[in-house]
Design a protein around this ligand. Structure first.
Ligand SMILES: [Zn+2]
Length: 80
């Protein structure tokens, strides 16, 4: 089974659907069994979604950018 570090390492590719099928199943199995990684992936997806929303705007509000950066920093702190 993958470790939590493995999940962290592969999370971007997992969210972007870039992992091979076997790796994807290994990720799903770990996320199903590990509450912390499930929450981590959920937060990563939310962050990716908000960045996607920013791309649609010509000039994103500075407050939105700051909040997104702070969210990413919080996620990183929790994982270290
Ligand atoms: Zn885990």
């Amino acid at each position: 089974m993958l470790s939590c570090k493995d999940v962290t390492h592969k999370s971007s590719d997992y969210i972007d659907n870039k992992l091979p099928l076997i790796s994807r199943w290994q990720m799903r199995l770990h996320i199903f069994m590990c509450v912390r990684c499930a929450e981590y992936i959920r937060q990563m997806r939310a962050t990716v979604a908000s960045i996607g929303l920013l791309k649609d705007r010509n000039e994103p509000a500075q407050a939105v950018i700051d909040e997104t950066v702070n969210n990413l920093l919080e996620i990183s702190k929790k994982r270290s």
